[in-house]
Design a binder for this molecule. Structure first.
Ligand SMILES: [Zn+2]
Length: 368
């Protein structure tokens, strides 16, 4: 079966220096591209990164002083990204710069940035939720589980996450996989470099607290789709099935090929309500630049899923069981999976899954 999960790769289109007109419109999907194509930076980056995790990374000081200079060459850009397993492009996560969005419909809201996630909905959606108890249940509980998941990610973080500012380029972020247990923290990011809408001028954009929070959500969810299924299964089982008043009939684990230029396999949850409706819930879509946490299934299918791909649907806990079964059998895991789901990682995330309900209860007590 498909064992890879979503890796954020540098988009092909994004490796071009910003003003390089010659390359405009030549984006190519992962499937179409060749491994030998030097412009397919993401793929090369990952291939190299898997072999070369200890390589040095560009230092901020070297880069910042060149801010007004011309873009670096494509070769230098490619070389600079080699150490990273995954690369996030700031332009691929536009919601960071426009943070006041309804968590359900993604339309702008006038809510204060400090508003709790579960209350961050627009007036139209609020009225809809007031008349829809099952969706209200789902919205409230999913908002809490998401906040808990981010806390868990911070507590378990061992990857090194670095900002990458190259001459004449907008900000990128690179992820170097760490060793479980060697705790790291996110870098303090107060600004990002972005181009204006016309693509003519590069400027440093100061991030508000809310914008920093959203950027951190992106960084905390990179490469985590598979792990979110694994770790959250026991918790979702408790929250969705144990309560007789729960409107949720079934939670499924779903793996598919997304309509996304730098991700070729992604997984999400599908919630089936007792009234027959299906909703996609994704705790890791923000890494892909997709904002909403809950989307009606038909809409998600239309927007996000490649029609030529055949999605795989499993019951809740499938990934957990699969991972536990593969614990002592490294050969079951493909080469590009080894980094993020190698033996150490699998042991560690299974352990986190074992204690996830207890940690949820402790977290929930503090939140009240
Ligand atoms: Zn809304």
């Amino acid at each position: 079966m498909e064992a890879r999960h979503c890796h954020q790769r540098g988009e092909k289109g994004d490796v071009y220096p910003e003003h390089d007109e010659d390359h405009a419109g030549t984006r190519q999907t992962h499937e179409e591209s060749s491994k030998d194509d030097v412009r397919n930076n993401g793929q090369k980056t990952e291939l190299h990164a898997n072999r070369n995790n200890n390589a040095t990374t560009p230092s901020d000081t070297n880069i910042q002083k060149d801010i007004t200079n011309k873009s670096i060459s494509l070769e230098d850009f490619t070389a600079a990204l080699v150490p990273y397993k995954s690369v996030i492009d700031i332009s691929g996560v536009p919601f960071i710069l426009e943070p006041f969005r309804c968590t359900l419909c993604h339309q702008p809201t006038s809510l204060a940035p400090t508003t709790k996630f579960s209350q961050r909905i627009c007036d139209i959606c609020r009225i809809a939720l007031d008349a829809d108890a099952p969706l209200r249940f789902l919205h409230d509980i999913v908002g809490k589980v998401y906040a808990f998941w981010l806390t868990l990610r911070r507590e378990e973080l061992c990857d090194r996450i670095e900002r990458i500012d190259l001459p004449g380029m907008r900000t990128y972020f690179g992820i170097i996989e760490g060793i479980p247990g060697n705790k790291t923290t996110l870098p303090a990011i107060t600004n990002v470099r972005v181009y204006d809408e016309a693509g003519m001028s590069l400027a440093s954009h100061a991030l508000s607290t809310e914008q920093r929070g959203l950027l951190e959500e992106v960084l905390l969810t990179v490469n985590q789709c598979h792990i979110s299924l694994l770790v959250l299964a026991p918790l979702l089982e408790k929250l969705m099935y144990a309560d007789v008043d729960s409107p949720v009939l079934q939670v499924g684990e779903y793996r598919y090929q997304p309509k996304h230029e730098s991700c070729y396999s992604h997984c999400i949850h599908i919630f089936t309500l007792k009234d027959g409706r299906h909703f996609v819930v994704s705790f890791t879509d923000r890494q892909l630049g997709w904002y909403p946490l809950i989307v009606p299934y038909a809409e998600y299918l239309n927007l996000r899923v490649k029609i030529e791909s055949v999605p795989s649907m499993y019951g809740l806990g499938y990934v957990h069981t699969e991972t536990a079964a593969a614990l002592g059998e490294p050969d079951l895991i493909s080469e590009d999976e080894r980094g993020s789901s190698g033996i150490l990682q699998r042991e560690r995330w299974l352990k986190v899954a074992d204690e996830v309900v207890r940690r949820w209860e402790e977290w929930a007590k503090k939140e009240e």
